[in-house]
Write a protein that binds this ligand. Structure first.
Ligand SMILES: [Zn+2]
Ligand SMILES: [Zn+2]
Length: 98
């Protein structure tokens, strides 16, 4: 059995009202989530940052919050296509999430 890779699971970011508004204003596809879905850093590695957490699923694209300490920004990144069902973004470090 393969060992399950470690996951960062950090969630110490501040989603300000301005960032919330911006994330909701991003135009997504027909199946884009109407609400935010705040998560933890899902990178499959224990690392020093920057950390990435899902903020809103746009269907094929995801709004991520990228942060390190008090500095945070929103980024829109395409889904990883390296492995079927990987829940991370294209070009992510480490192994795929599934
Ligand atoms: Zn992290
Ligand atoms: Zn992947």
């Amino acid at each position: 059995m393969e060992a399950v890779p470690p996951t960062c699971w950090r969630g110490d970011y501040q989603l300000t009202p301005a960032l919330t508004e911006t994330a909701l204003a991003v135009e997504g596809g027909r199946h884009a989530a109407p609400e935010l879905d705040l998560g933890w850093c899902v990178l499959p590695t224990v690392h020093g940052g920057p950390h990435y957490a899902v903020v809103r699923d746009l269907c094929g694209l995801v709004v991520w919050i990228k942060w390190l300490g008090p500095l945070a920004e929103l980024v829109v990144l395409p889904d990883c296509r390296r492995t079927d069902g990987c829940g991370l973004f294209a070009g992510h470090p480490g192994v795929c999430s599934r």
